[in-house]
Write a protein that binds this ligand. Sequence first.
Ligand SMILES: [Zn+2]
Length: 294
Amino acid sequence: MATIPAADLRTRVHELMPQVRADLERLVRIPSVSAEGHDPAPLVRSAELVAELLRAVGADTRVLRAEGGHPAVVGYLKAPPGKPTVVLYAHHDVQPPGPDSEWKTPPFAPTERDGRLYGRGAADDKAGVLAHIAALRAYDGKPPVGVAVFVEGEEEAGSERLRGYLEGEGDRLRCDAVVVADGGNWRIGVPAVTTTLRGVVACVIEVRVLDKAVHSGGFGGPLPDALTTLAHVLASLHDERGRVRVEGLASGKAPPLDLTEAELREQAGCPSRARRSACASRRARMQRRRSTRW
Ligand SMILES: [Zn+2]
């Protein structure tokens, strides 16, 4: 298909929205919680619904299942000759909803309030799934590039089988760009493209200072303490102003964001008195408290 002018595309997307919204609500009604201890059956249903939506738009679609894992869905639309391929990523699993008392309306009954759709997964990340499907619908299933849609079912539970699924698909997922519809915009009504994210590192640190366990009443004080040592190690990762102090980690200046400190604090629920140096002042307070107790 030839490239569609942006104005026409906008009109098409606008026309498609009622059905996209209805399909999003179908998906939100499925309690696809991937955390351990929750019923895995709904994840099969949400994967099947995603597969149904992808097939309806003409994608060559399969549901991938790995032993002990939750299903992922892949759908392929071949690239026109000489055109690049884009992988579109989203996930169909959700976080546990927590206590019902925290919800104004039931978590798996999508409800519109003040122009927003509420329900577990309505934003993260079933809206992402539908954004990809809406894009394919806007092009009548014939986008101007090759598309591989990959919708994971255990993003909220550590993505343990993601590598296996990706390796299993091999060259079919080879692409020129990946679009991950699992981010946020920091202002309602302003679309945002995230180009960089902070990563995380998980590791186990073991601190051992004695050959055996001894009673704190008899030995505490003169001997090294493992917990205190560990606290010192952890505290050394940042300086007193909260800046990362790990050798080898790059840091630099980023272009200024169109976001004020007040907006950031409000979105994060961070009171104005809490600062990045909170750990330093908390440490000082704890030291004061300890000295009065002694
Ligand atoms: Zn997500």
